[in-house]
Every structure is written in structure tokens, then in C-alpha cells.
Design a protein around this ligand. Structure first.
Ligand SMILES: [Zn+2]
Length: 561
């Protein structure tokens, strides 16, 4: 990790001196706004550098320790607030006016450090009924760190990501059930005994109340695509119906679902040891025209007990024009990987999809920020879904799983995201709903999973408590992923085995705008029409109607028909 880090930094500095020639639109129209915007960029950098230091990856950055960055943040943040207020309210160009609105909005999300997805709160506070919504959420996230990072299994400890991975790989049904049951302490911390005032039920009531005032992530996703919120539910159900029809009618236990659909993961797992994850990932992006090492990306992929319980990507510094040249964005990827495997590799490629998204932004400082959550999550899967295509596997692993098994492995995971999206949509609509009953209804109807309402087995994703409503960005986002993959393949040709034009083409057509363009405009301009679920439905229809059976060691398995 250290070697990677210093190498990345060195290359990043080299790249920063590269001249970009005469770019337009990268600077403000008014000198006054430009000065404020560069101050904003410094505050924004200090904000994300502090988060990098607080993540435990580094103790200093660019020669400055935490205290120096904090002081810089405080001073410049105060100055920025004052200067933003003193800017003229009329006589500005349209671009400058929009930049000011964007800076004000993005500043509200600044945290001045702190550990992302790993708050200082204590899990035990989740049981307290006197705490406010925000504190309750933090306590529930802490449960994912405290309990999810050290699940007891067979006399040892494993983390949540490894346990989910083991559900794909463990051939003995009894062992599989034991892995599944290792989650019970986490489920109880999140949803108690599923009583009406369980921690999760109190939290989702708070989330629904906040959404009634400010809108939910689901409303935002509907807006991003240009449809009414009720239409989101219809699209999700349409997709799940297609999955139900393509996945046979054999009922399976919840601890067997991932194993039954995960044969491709098992066939290829031995070719993806943990230490191969990064080289494979880097080689694929290199073939797509994106050199992650040269971009100076920081990687923090090893597990630590107090580390965030999920993989995420964030800015370290924000790209901008300095002395006539583009200084690139530096990104950071954090993940708690104990093991290798295709499931983990797919996630790493997804995270690096976020990296290339933000490093491709070429815009004035106010817009060097994430696009919408829906767009960001959907785009990250554009390269990631290739890992389940046999052509990709042949090139990057030297081995391939049969297409049907690969597609089933990929879409069985995507469909769980769709199911969580529907689950959250319905919990938001009626927060008094019994979540275990709702999850049982969704998974038995669309996934043929035997009912186990005694387990809160939906509670394996930290987003459900950290960012309630966020799962729609994955589940509904899959519709945009399929649309983008189809359109890029039509415009450039297949890219599963690389295409050196890919990164440049996407930068130009989709990514360079950063937070400036809304998702609806981006997608409309790319596709030449509004988004529809057809491309994803076509992907599901690539699956033959009957489920191919895994290793044949499961009692409910029967031959495919
Ligand atoms: Zn993501």
C-alpha cells in the first residue's frame, strides 16, 4: 500500500505540469467570481484532505499534518463565506450565477474531516429511544462497523464483505447456513426483534419525515430521469417480474440464493487471489485509455478494525487550471478487502469507475464535483459489468465461465439492488410497514426465496441506515447502466476487452461536466431520447428461462428444464 501510494503521488505531480492549451469555460467570466471560486477550490481540497487523513490512510498530505490542514480549512472557509455573501447579485453572466449557486449548495456537505461511513457514535445507542434521527442513524452505522467488521464465524472473526463472499463460495449447505447466521447479531442491532419501535423502524420513520419536507433519494432519481415518482415503482416491478420469469420456479433458502446463482464466482475465484485484484483492475482501465497509476489515485484496500464497513471513492484534491495548465483531480479508493474473487473484483472495478468519472471532469472549480448520486452509481457499473462477460474474463483472467452462469451471477446481485430499491421505496411510503414481512414478500415473489420473516436478512447493506433511500441509485441506476453500456457499444464498439478511445470518448460526451449538467440532460444528449428500462430488460432476457443448477449438492436443486 505504501509503495503504491508514493508511486501514485510521484506520478500525479509529474502529470500536473502537463499543458492543456487554450481551454474555454474552465474559468469564471468575472474576476471577482474567479477569485471566490479558487478560494472555494482550496476549501474543498482541505475538506477532502482532512477526510483522507481521518480515514487513517495518511498522517500528512503535501507536507502538512492534520492541524495545519484544519487551520487552513477554518481560515479559508470563514473567508469564503464572507466573500460569497459580498458578491454582486446582479450583472453576472449566467455561468457565474450558476457557479455561485453550486458552490453554496456543495459547501453544505462539507464536514471538515471525520471518518466517512464510520462515525464516532456507539452502536449501543441505537437501542435508546430518546435520541434524534441523525444520532440514531450514526449509531446504526456504528453497528455496521463494530459488529459488521467482526462477525463471529467458526471460532474466528470475519467481516461483512467476506461473509457475503463466503455465501457465494461455501459448497456445504450447513456451512452456508452458519455463515448466514453469523449476521444475526448485526440484524438484531439494526432491527431488534422486528418490534414496531425497533431501531430501524424508528430510523425509517425519521427518514420518511425528512423526505416529506425535502424529498427523498427516490424522488431525486425520478427527477433525474424525468419521470414521476410512482413510475419508479412501476419500472422496478417490471424489472423484477422479468427476473422472476427468467429464474425458474424452484424455491431456495435465503442462505442458498447467492450460492445457487454464484457458480461463475466459484469457477473463477481461484484465478483472482487478493493480490491480483489491483493489477487486473489497472490493466483493464489501462486498456480503456485510463492510467490509474498516472492519475495518482490513492488506494487503501486492506481491512482495519475501525475502518468504514464498505468500499467507497472520494476526491482527495479537486482538479483546476493553475498557471494555464490543468492540475488533475486526485481520487482515493477505500475498501476492506480480506479476500479476492470475482464478486470483490467487480466491486473494485466499480469503485474505479467512480475514479475515472471524477478525474475526467474538466470544468471551472464550482463544478468539479460529483454528478448526481444516480448518475455516479450507474456510471461506475458501466465498466464493472464487463467483469461478468466471458470475453472480459478470457482476456483478464485467462479463464472464463459459461455466459449463462456469468450473467446469472451478475444479474442476481443487480436484482438484489433492485429489490432493496423497492423495499426502501415502500418503507418510505408507509414507514409503519413491517420490514421483515415486506422483504419476505419481495424475495419470495421475485426471487423464489423461502420465507424467513424471523430474520432481518435484508439488513446487510450499510447504505440502508446511513443514507436511507440511497439503494435506488444502484437498483434503479442499473437501468441507466444498461442504457449507457448499450449506447457506448453502438457508438464505439464492444469494450469488454478494452478500447483505448473509451475514456477520452466518455470524458468528452458524458463526464467532463462534473456537477454542472443534470442527469436528465446528460442522458438525453447521450441517447438522443429519454431513458427507458428496455436495455436492462433485454439484458435479463439474455438469460435462458430456467436456472442452471450449481454444483448439484443442494437438496432443492432439480435439473434445468
Ligand atoms: Zn459506488
Amino acid at each position: 500500500m505504501k509503495n503504491l501510494l508514493s508511486l501514485g503521488l510521484a506520478c500525479g505531480l509529474l502529470l500536473s505540469s502537463k499543458s492543456i492549451g487554450a481551454d474555454t469555460g474552465l474559468m469564471a467570466d468575472s474576476k471577482k467570481v474567479s477569485a471566490v471560486e479558487y478560494l472555494y477550490a482550496d476549501v474543498s481540497d482541505a475538506n477532502t484532505v482532512l477526510a483522507t487523513i481521518d480515514s487513517g490512510l495518511l498522517s500528512s498530505y503535501q507536507g502538512k499534518g492534520r492541524a495545519a490542514w484544519q487551520q487552513l480549512y477554518r481560515e479559508k472557509h470563514a473567508k469564503l463565506k464572507k466573500e460569497l455573501q459580498s458578491l454582486p447579485t446582479s450583472g453576472l453572466s449566467g455561468g457565474d450565477a450558476r457557479a455561485i449557486v453550486a458552490m453554496r449548495k456543495q459547501m453544505q456537505a462539507f464536514t471538515a474531516g471525520g471518518t466517512l461511513f464510520s462515525p464516532a457514535a456507539k452502536c449501543q445507542n441505537a437501542a435508546r429511544k430518546d435520541i434524534a434521527y441523525a444520532e440514531l442513524k450514526s449509531a446504526l452505522v456504528a453497528c455496521f462497523v463494530e459488529i459488521g467488521n467482526s462477525l463471529s464465524f467458526e471460532g474466528g472473526k470475519i467481516n461483512r464483505v467476506s461473509a457475503l463472499d463466503l455465501l457465494h463460495e461455501t459448497s456445504d449447505p450447513g456451512h452456508r447456513k452458519a455463515v448466514f447466521l453469523a449476521f444475526v447479531p448485526l440484524w438484531q442491532a439494526i432491527n431488534g426483534n422486528n418490534e414496531p419501535d425497533s431501531p430501524y423502524r424508528r430510523m425509517i420513520a425519521g427518514a420518511a419525515a425528512a423526505a416529506a419536507k425535502n424529498g427523498s433519494a427516490i424522488d431525486a432519481a425520478a427527477h433525474d430521469v424525468g419521470i414521476d415518482p410512482p413510475e419508479v415503482e412501476r419500472w422496478l416491478v417490471q424489472i423484477l417480474d422479468a427476473w422472476r420469469e427468467s429464474s425458474g420456479d424452484v424455491m431456495v433458502e435465503p442462505w442458498d440464493y447467492r450460492f445457487q446463482t454464484g457458480e461463475a464466482d466459484r469457477l473463477l475465484g481461484t484465478y483472482i487471489p487478493r493480490e491480483s485484484l489491483q493489477p487486473i483492475n489497472q490493466r483493464y482501465y489501462h486498456d480503456l485509455g485510463a492510467d490509474l497509476e498516472q492519475m495518482g489515485t490513492l488506494y487503501d484496500l486492506a481491512p482495519r478494525p475501525d475502518k468504514a464497513a464498505l468500499a467507497y471513492t472520494e476526491f482527495v484534491t479537486h482538479g483546476r487550471v493553475l498557471n494555464g495548465a490543468w492540475t488533475p483531480t486526485v481520487a482515493r479508493v477505500s475498501a476492506p478487502y480480506e479476500r479476492g474473487g470475482l464478486f470483490v473484483l467487480n466491486e473494485l472495478v466499480h469503485e474505479n469507475g467512480h475514479v475515472v468519472n471524477i478525474t475526467a471532469i474538466r470544468n471551472r472549480p464550482a463544478f468539479v464535483d460529483w454528478p448526481s448520486d444516480l448518475f455516479a452509481e450507474a456510471f461506475a457499473d458501466v465498466p464493472a459489468w464487463s467483469t461478468y462477460e466471458p470475453a472480459w474474463q478470457r482476456r483478464y483472467l485467462g479463464h472464463e465461465a459459461p455466459e449463462q452462469l456469468s450473467l446469472r451471477a451478475l444479474y442476481s446481485a443487480v436484482m438484489l439492488d433492485v429489490a432493496w430499491s423497492l423495499f426502501e421505496l415502500r418503507m418510505f411510503r408507509t414507514p409503519t410497514t413491517d420490514p421483515n414481512a415486506l422483504w419476505t414478500e419481495i424475495t419470495s415473489r421475485y426471487f423464489h426465496i423461502l420465507p424467513h420473516p424471523e430474520f432481518s436478512w435484508w439488513a446487510v447493506r450499510v447504505q440502508l441506515v446511513d443514507l436511507p433511500g440511497y439503494m435506488v441509485n444502484y437498483g434503479f441506476g442499473a437501468i441507466l447502466t444498461a442504457e449507457m453500456r448499450e449506447h457506448i457499444s453502438e457508438a464505439l464498439g464492444a469494450f469488454d476487452t478494452g478500447d483505448s478511445r473509451w475514456y477520452g470518448w466518455l470524458s468528452e460526451h458524458l463526464l467532463r461536466y462534473g456537477s454542472e449538467r443534470d442527469t436528465r440532460t446528460l442522458m438525453q444528449d447521450l441517447l438522443g431520447r429519454p431513458v427507458s428500462p428496455q436495455a436492462l430488460l433485454q439484458q435479463i432476457h439474455r438469460l435462458k428461462p430456467a436456472a442452471p443448477q450449481a454444483a448439484g449438492d443442494h437438496s432443492t436443486a432439480r435439473p434445468a428444464t
